[in-house]
Ligand binder design. Structure first.
Ligand code: NAG
Ligand code: NAG
Ligand code: NAG
Ligand code: NAG
Ligand code: NAG
Ligand code: NAG
Length: 445
């Protein structure tokens, strides 16, 4: 049941891969209490009722909370709980909630804030921070009480680390580095937000059960909205997209991060961003701040389709090998395909096919695995010619990656780690096999 429901949630994005949010279920979700028996007919504790939520936020662990009246729902599925079981200090219903992004102040960064009336409560690991509750005007001068909702907007998405507070028709942009400059504005389409949340770099305003995705700087609403929360953000009986693909076991195991299905490619860039590719989908493997989620590759690398056989990074470029072709993307704020690609692999790297490929951070040495051989190509050379093949103790390698922790060789559900390429070349015995899902995707049995 767990797997089925978890995969169902992930399936929703199939048809609308790029813009629609889906919430991971917590590992503990059993789905057995999807509706709180005896409450749903009163509309009180049925998360799928048409009443929407008072507030929605992530916590420091990447768990999404949905607040309504005296209840909170934790994660995509699961029963209602009483808010005061977890946060006994806060009067209910709460007005607003968000998780602050404030890199310049580590003592505040990642705190979850709850708001009620003219007061704010800050929590970390669900413990009230010393000195709280405080008056909103003491923590966020210039921001009014009795808020409707709030969300964080990190630098890069807003000009600098900021918080957006909503009240009626007004939005207050609070710049954390310049608290004297609260900006009050009115955006025609982003008003009356009963709840608001930033998730995976996207910004959402909820008006009762409907939600829109908006630009946090201009207030413009993205095309295709509003949509119904019950089809995307929470699991509701008989609702949700991807209804017809729900029973597609292949797709479910691709998108279920804990399925132990193999990955065809892994890569990590100089900044440590790590991606795992599986059947046209990918997972970010280096951060669980926003929970886990399978995205279609085309949503991040426009124009890339199908299965990725190998991937590697060099400088600010990401290389994708698919069969006998290679496609290169430049990474800036977003990825864009380099003109003239895809090209034959033969022209680019002097070979026709590879099983796996990796570069180590800040190095132009590209290692290529084919069968049980490893060869080296210096990406700085033109033309590029692979060096001599040396044999390694692995065969049937699915994928390989090198990051600050060393070289990883992935086969099936497990991987082996070496200090560096040299240790891989010298190895006479396999090091310990480790489980990919457990070590990269936080799956515990
Ligand atoms: C999840 O399950 C683990 C192990 O069964 C348990 O220790 C933990 O308290 C559970 N967490 C929640 C939030 O229920
Ligand atoms: C509400 O719960 C009852 C059982 O308590 C169930 O029969 C009914 O289908 C539920 N309503 C909805 C809308 O799910
Ligand atoms: C928690 O909230 C419920 C419902 O509002 C209330 O009945 C209960 O007394 C509260 N518990 C505590 C410890 O305040
Ligand atoms: C917000 O609420 C006000 C007052 O009820 C209403 O006039 C306005 O049309 C609403 N705006 C939107 C975008 O729903
Ligand atoms: C199931 O999903 C896989 C992977 O996306 C796809 O190739 C296959 O056609 C799907 N099958 C059905 C019956 O939808
Ligand atoms: C995945 O593999 C690990 C290690 O072999 C195992 O403990 C775990 O139960 C497997 N998970 C699933 C969903 O099969």
């Amino acid at each position: 049941m767990t797997a089925l429901l978890a995969a169902w949630c992930l399936c929703c994005s199939l048809a609308f891969a790029s813009s629609y949010p889906l919430i991971k279920s917590k590992p503990n979700d059993t789905g057995s209490n999807l509706l709180h028996e005896g409450h749903n007919n009163t509309g009180m504790a049925d998360r799928c009722s048409d009443r929407g939520f008072n507030a929605i936020t992530l916590d420091d662990k990447g768990v999404m909370y949905y607040f309504r009246d005296q209840y909170v729902w934790k994660g995509y599925i699961g029963p209602a709980e009483l808010i005061n079981d977890t946060w006994p200090e806060v009067p209910v219903p709460v007005d607003a909630a968000f998780r602050i992004h404030h890199r310049n102040k580590p003592e505040v960064h990642e705190r979850m804030f709850l708001f009620k009336g003219n007061k704010a409560w800050a929590y970390y690991e669900n413990k009230l921070e010393p000195g709280y509750p405080k008056l909103i005007t003491d923590v966020f001068p210039g921001v009014p009480g009795d808020l409707d909702s709030a969300l964080e907007c990190p630098a890069g998405e807003c000009k600098s680390d900021s918080v957006l507070f909503f009240k009626g028709k007004s939005v207050y942009t609070y710049d954390l580095s310049d608290p004297s400059a609260v900006k009050e504005r009115q955006w025609p389409l982003v008003q009356n937000c009963t709840a608001a949340v930033r998730w995976l770099g996207k910004h959402y305003c909820f008006q009762d059960t409907m939600f829109t995705r908006f630009n946090p700087v201009t207030g413009e609403v993205h095309p295709g909205y509003p949509l119904d929360t019950r089809d995307y953000f929470i699991s509701c009986p008989g609702r949700g997209h991807g209804h017809e693909t729900r029973r597609n076991a292949t797709l479910m195991s691709i998108k279920n991060r804990c399925s132990n299905r193999s990955f065809e490619a892994f890569t990590s860039d100089d900044s440590g961003k790590t991606y795992g590719f599986r059947g046209g989908w990918y997972f970010r493997m280096d951060s669980k701040r926003d929970g886990w989620h399978a995205w279609s590759i085309g949503s991040t690398w426009k124009g890339l389709k199908g299965t990725v056989d190998a991937a590697f990074n060099w400088e600010n470029k990401m290389y994708f090998i698919q069969g006998s072709q290679v496609t290169i993307f430049l990474s800036d704020q977003i990825y864009s395909m380099v003109q003239g690609y895809p090209k034959p692999l033969q022209d680019e790297l002097g070979m026709q096919q590879v099983d796996a490929a990796f570069t180590c951070p800040h190095s132009s040495d590209l290692y290529i695995i084919k069968g049980n051989t490893l060869s080296l190509v210096d990406l700085k050379n033109t033309p590029r010619v692979p060096g001599q093949e040396s044999s390694i103790i692995h065969s049937n390698v699915d994928s390989a990656m090198c990051n600050s922790q060393g070289v990883h060789i992935f086969t099936g559900a497990s991987f082996h780690r070496y200090k560096d390429p040299n240790e891989l070349l010298q190895a006479k015995e396999l090091p310990e096999a480790r489980n990919i899902a457990a070590e990269f995707l936080d799956c515990t049995q």
